[in-house]
Each structure stands twice: as structure tokens, then as C-alpha cells.
Ligand binder design. Structure first.
Ligand SMILES: [Zn+2]
Length: 196
């Protein structure tokens, strides 16, 4: 279900990089009027990314032994989200995330009082954001697809997901934990059931 979004995110990332480099060279976008579709595409790929990010982190809880998702430090959340990605992919995504701030600085400097932003500057800013959004979506989706079926999730005899691998009784119903790994493919579906 996530797979169709991967080539879309990869295409969006390549296209936004092309547009961004061309704006740096003061050249027009090769997509002309269609350039705005990259904005729409970014929203299209970010929606499933955000939806999958939560179960991806919840599954990670059995790895990091955290009681609540919000107790996981912010930097660790990024690593956990992207745990299915190769290191270069994680670094690239971080780079695009940081690069947005450079684009923002350029935008703020060029729009300070007395100056007006040219369409070039605006497109530079937008394409910087698109690159970050597509890179984030691509790596989170990639990670989710890679770890599906490989994450080990303990369950109790009543079927609840047990957040910690180091406890022997369910945090919800106190029933004992079943031995043996449960794949995250069923884990994703079981999240709703285990939440009550
Ligand atoms: Zn239970």
C-alpha cells in the first residue's frame, strides 16, 4: 500500500532538486506552469508518511523499552523512524532538513525591508521545502517497507502489543507475554486493538 508512494517521492525529490539547482543558476524551471504540481505532490506523499510514522515509532517502543512515545528523545525518534534506511539515506534526509533553514535565511535576507523577493527567490525557498518533504517521505516510507515483517513485537495471551521486551506481563491486562516474535505486519493492524 505504501509502495506506490516511493517512486512518487523519488520523482518529486529529483524534480525539486532540478528546479532548485536551476533557480540557483537563475534559470527557469523546465516544468513551466506545472512546477506548482510539485507542491501538491509533496502533500500527497507526506500524508501516508505521517500516518505510517506513528506505528513505525510505536513498534520501535519494543526495541527501546520506552513507556510512552513522547519519552523517546527527539533525536532518537528520527533514528528510530529511519531505522530501515541505509546510513547514507539518513544523512541525506538530515541534510535536506537542515538545508531548509539555509533557504529560509536566504529568503529572509532577500525580503528584508527595501528589497522585494523575486520569483526566483520564492521558487528557491519553495523548492528547498519540497526537497526536504520528498526526502523525508522517501526515507520514512522506505524504512517502513524495509522493517515491515522484521520488527519483533511481543504480545500477551489476550493479543495486546507489549511495549517492552524486558517484561513478562502485559501492561494492559497483566496476562503473561507469549513467547516468540510477532511480525510487525500484523503489529500495525493490531495497534488499534491493543490501544483499548
Ligand atoms: Zn494484555
Amino acid at each position: 500500500m505504501l509502495k506506490p508512494f516511493v517512486p512518487l517521492a523519488a520523482f518529486g525529490l529529483s524534480a525539486s532538486m532540478l528546479v532548485h539547482v536551476l533557480t540557483l543558476l537563475r534559470l527557469p524551471s523546465p516544468f513551466g506552469e506545472m512546477t506548482g504540481l510539485l507542491h501538491l505532490g509533496a502533500i500527497v506523499v507526506v500524508v501516508p508518511t505521517v500516518l505510517i510514522a506513528q506505528p513505525l515509532l510505536f513498534n520501535a517502543k519494543s526495541w527501546v523499552d520506552a513507556s510512552y512515545i513522547f519519552e523517546i528523545p527527539f533525536n532518537l525518534r528520527g533514528q528510530l523512524l529511519l531505522r530501515g534506511c541505509p546510513a547514507w539515506m539518513r544523512r541525506t534526509t538530515t541534510f535536506f532538513g537542515a538545508y531548509v533553514f539555509i533557504c529560509l535565511a536566504v529568503l529572509l535576507i532577500s525580503t528584508r525591508p527595501g528589497h522585494t523577493a523575486t520569483p526566483d527567490t520564492e521558487l528557491q525557498w519553495f523548492s528547498g521545502c519540497w526537497m526536504a518533504a520528498y526526502a523525508f517521505a522517501l526515507s520514512v516510507l522506505w524504512s517502513a517497507i524495509r522493517v515491515a515483517g522484521r520488527d519483533v513485537l511481543p504480545r500477551c495471551t489476550a493479543g495486546h502489543l507489549v511495549w517492552s521486551t524486558s517484561v513478562r506481563y502485559c501492561q494492559t491486562c497483566r496476562r503473561p507475554v507469549v513467547d516468540g516474535p510477532v511480525s510487525s505486519a500484523s503489529g500495525y493492524a493490531g495497534l488499534a486493538r491493543s490501544a483499548d
